[in-house]
Design a protein around this ligand. Structure first.
Ligand SMILES: C[S@@+](CC[C@H](N)C(=O)[O-])C[C@H]1O[C@@H](n2cnc3c(N)ncnc32)[C@H](O)[C@@H]1O
Length: 187
């Protein structure tokens, strides 16, 4: 990883509670998974100040891929843009401003290899319903806060776990990360 990116990640870790960032372990895992899966087109729901965006775009630099990331809080999106720019990662990301459901319905016309969900926990189920048709066969959905916000995300966890096309595991990373593999056919 580039020295500038490491520097910014370390700086952002000092304010991770304020910006509701994923843990370093979760970021490292997502970064490795993107490289292992050779994922190219990635969607992130919940940018905040761009901490997870940096982990994702650093991996996409390796795979030659691109990230689309959605945030409805303009000030946070501005900080994320600045962070990506400082780390020379801005060419690997498109920032979308708005309510994620509206952005997905009205502005997204592409398919993804990996979708990372980390926004309003009560909307996880509707995000899943919206991104399912956009996820490629052999694609992956990741969702954070599965253990820390277990009650709020329960409808999503039940729906994806009982979906015939998905193989699901909740990983014991801080806050709990759900990983779901889409087979593209009934398992
Ligand atoms: C948990 S934080 C994301 C943290 C980020 N993934 C990271 O680890 O650096 C969730 C972010 O999603 C935004 N958000 C929540 N619900 C949203 C929605 N429905 N549409 C767009 N943004 C949303 C919040 O403003 C917040 O900045």
């Amino acid at each position: 990883m580039d020295a500038k990116t490491l520097e910014v990640l370390e700086k952002l870790e000092k304010t991770s509670e304020e910006f509701w960032n994923i843990s370093r372990q979760t970021g490292n895992f997502i970064n490795m998974l993107i490289k292992l899966a050779r994922a190219k087109n990635v969607l992130e729901i919940g940018t905040s100040n761009g901490y997870s965006t940096l982990w994702i775009t650093d991996a996409l630099k390796t795979t030659g891929g691109h990230l689309t990331t959605i945030e409805f809080w303009d000030k946070r999106q501005c900080i994320a843009r600045d962070n990506c720019k400082y780390c020379n990662l801005e060419e690997y990301v498109t920032f979308k401003l708005g309510q994620a459901s509206d952005v997905i319905k009205n502005e997204i016309n592409e398919h993804f290899d990996l979708v990372f969900i980390d926004a309003n926990k009560q909307e996880y189920l509707s995000f899943f319903e919206l991104v399912h048709p956009l996820l490629n066969k052999n694609g992956v959905i990741l969702a954070d806060n599965i253990i820390s916000h277990a009650l709020k995300v329960k409808p999503f966890v039940e729906a994806i776990s009982s979906h015939p096309e998905y193989q699901v595991q909740v990983l014991d990373l801080p806050d709990g990360l759900l990983m779901a593999y889409k087979s593209g056919e009934n398992l």
